[in-house]
Design a protein around this ligand. Sequence first.
Ligand SMILES: NC(=O)c1ccc[n+]([C@@H]2O[C@H](COP(=O)([O-])OP(=O)(O)OC[C@H]3O[C@@H](n4cnc5c(N)ncnc54)[C@H](O)[C@@H]3O)[C@@H](O)[C@H]2O)c1
Ligand SMILES: O=C(O)C[C@H](O)C(=O)O
Ligand SMILES: [Mn+2]
Length: 607
Amino acid sequence: MHRRFLQQKRLQSSSTKNLIPIRTSLKGAGLLQQPVLNKGSAFSREEREIFQVDGHIPYDVHSLEKQMVRAYAQFKRQPSNILKHAFLASLRDQNQILFYALVSSRLKEMLPVLYTPTVGEAVSQYSDLFRRPIGCFLSLPTAHTMREQLQSHANAAFRYKYPPGMKNSDTERPFDIVVVTDSEGILGIGDQGVGGISISTSKAALYVAGAGVDPNRILSVVLDVGTDNHTLFANPLYMGYKHVRTRGVAYDHFVHQFMMNIKELFPGALVHFEDFGLNNAARLLETYKPVLPCFNDDIEGTGAVALAATMSAIGVTKSKLCDQRIVVYGAGTAGMGIANQIRDAMIEVDGLTLEEANSRFWCIDRDGLLLKSNPRLQGSQHDYARDDEEVRDWTREIQEQPNLRILDVVKAVKPTMLVGCSTNARSFNEDVIRTMAEHVERPIIFPMSNPTSLVEVDPADANEWTDGRALIATGSPFPPAKNPITGKDYFIAEANNALIYPGLGLGTIASRSSKMSKGMILAGVKALASASPALEDPDAPLLPDLAGVRKVSLQIAAAVVRQAMEEGVANINLKKDDDAIIEHIKFGMWDPVYRPLELEPEDLTSD
Ligand SMILES: NC(=O)c1ccc[n+]([C@@H]2O[C@H](COP(=O)([O-])OP(=O)(O)OC[C@H]3O[C@@H](n4cnc5c(N)ncnc54)[C@H](O)[C@@H]3O)[C@@H](O)[C@H]2O)c1
Ligand SMILES: O=C(O)C[C@H](O)C(=O)O
Ligand SMILES: [Mn+2]
């Protein structure tokens, strides 16, 4: 049995996998309405006859390529990015293959529409633009039937049925990945109530387009516990639970009920937490890490991509991680995630002690520089809070500031690296950047806040104020900046977690791991850093282009699988050999191609 499976696996591991027929009993209008199976004008003559599609569609048969030409022209005709986003959502709802084929073929152009920054608008205008629901809406008042609601999604998810003898992707659990948000901290735009579903569906789309995860094996969820957003309350069209945001015991109970249902109904599935609020994100991750495979994209994904960009930058500056003096501006979910990830790497790579590594960071939040005397410190902030004594050594001019702001800290610390996760637009002003650049040859500057309007500094400005010396990475996509000295374009690395989470997720599910460990994340970071264009050319971007994420994801996933096997958390029977690992991952990847359709045998006999 096992040998036969391996033989089939070998047979199917090339592109022939895409030619395995799918069995269905759907016909006619029913078939056209199933986005997973619908081919629209691409149903072949034979399929049209067998599946009674004739009459439901114009006569001519079109290839997927021709359909993409038409869909792209329609996309281009949409007058704004938000309408382009809505167009793509409709396409996804009609024909899943065409949607992913189009998006994958033009990732560079489509990503900013499908994802950041446009997804921010899609979330905030969700109730106004609503057409058809995609995803799973778990609302607090209907918590008593949560299990049935999740089960109903599992039942409704399309499952491929391959002919006997072929591997069936319908394995023991209905979903491999569950992307969930409670919408309290969407990007930098805060509480967005039920509209947060669009961040979940958008992150899910990137697992597919960016890493080849099967779209039918991802569940996108919003936990609707109410909202404190007054604009949403004032909107008569608002579609969520109109109630102040539930907090405390009732909130924790609801989240716990959700997590326990996932564990029981979808055993081993990876839970991807997205855009939870500051008071919950780290706490929930810590609570559930030991319970089931889970991952917080804003903490771990952002930390991971920032660490990869940092490794790449220190390759250019020819320095070590432990040589960096790092100012983190905005000590929240993402800021602390980044500090923790870089700090842990200083320990692992450079052999620093925890204390030594912590001492390389100066973190600033609303109250200014985090000091040990501050009674409002929370979570990881305690690790990085500076001794009040230290500040007493700073110049009188700095000490006399009411609370230490970014410019004061930059003057005193002379950082090599400045990271922004504050949502405070344009806070890295000319003074801050010029002061930093006075003391360091190649200032490393990562304004990470999203969407575009919230960026701490426009990379074009940072580039100009540093005479083109800055090594820059941003959270949202930006056009290249001109080097004021050489006149050459400097391409800005997009340090968005989307460059790494799809690969981390793919590696975790491909290894069927019982968790996503720190070691697995670090392995993924190293794989991403080793794909940096700046390794070859110091004037090239610090990270590979997000448009090439699918290729990078495979390398990241392979590193993750290898590490999972080494740590003994993987649940697969595979040789620890790079080719075997890559082959195994590729085998499980989903491609947007039309597979031949075959009628269920019972339908054949009953006809
Ligand atoms: N590039 C990426 O991949 C990526 C990933 C995650 C988050 N982000 C971005 O980072 C930003 C923060 O996200 P988060 O999830 O950490 O939010 P968060 O609310 O958890 O943290 C924001 C922190 O900034 C602080 N802050 C706000 N205004 C400030 C000010 N004026 N001065 C100093 N500190 C201030 C807040 O007190 C809070 O601690 C968002 O814009 C988000 O889009 C980017
Ligand atoms: O969603 C993004 O673009 C990245 C990140 O998860 C964020 O919250 O900003
Ligand atoms: Mn996020």
